[in-house]
Design a protein around this ligand. Sequence first.
Ligand code: CMP
Length: 136
Amino acid sequence: MNSPEQTLSIIKPDAVERNLIEDIKSIFIQNNLSIKDNKKIHITKEEAAEFYKVHQSKPFYNDLCSYLSSGPIVVLILEGEDAISKNRKLMGATDPKNAKENTIRKLYGISIDKNSVHGSDSAENAKKEIEFFFKN
Ligand code: CMP
């Protein structure tokens, strides 16, 4: 059996605003991802820009940073076997219209921007993203 991994999840402003926090958390728990820590925060646009800096050359970067800082979000440390890939599978494709049935983005996402959740895409980014929100 592989050792447990940790990953970072963000419940984005569109989902917090629609009171979907508990529904999304229960999807993680039902799929054997435990919530090691979580907090509701409201970040600045500068903090969002730092968090998403891997996307700084993308045309959607400015809107993305404005959006993530537009309202409260919930950041979570998820832990479990294959947590990184499992969380990405549970989230579904970035654009909700391409996401598979019963994935979080299919169930709750509104658009590619308002896609309800973020999840780390690699072990390296999971470590960086967890540190970004929880280790300072
Ligand atoms: P997320 O997984 O949080 O990572 C970066 C975010 O950029 C992504 O989800 C989307 O919400 C947003 N985004 C907006 N436009 C695009 C695009 N064309 N391709 C990928 N991501 C996009």
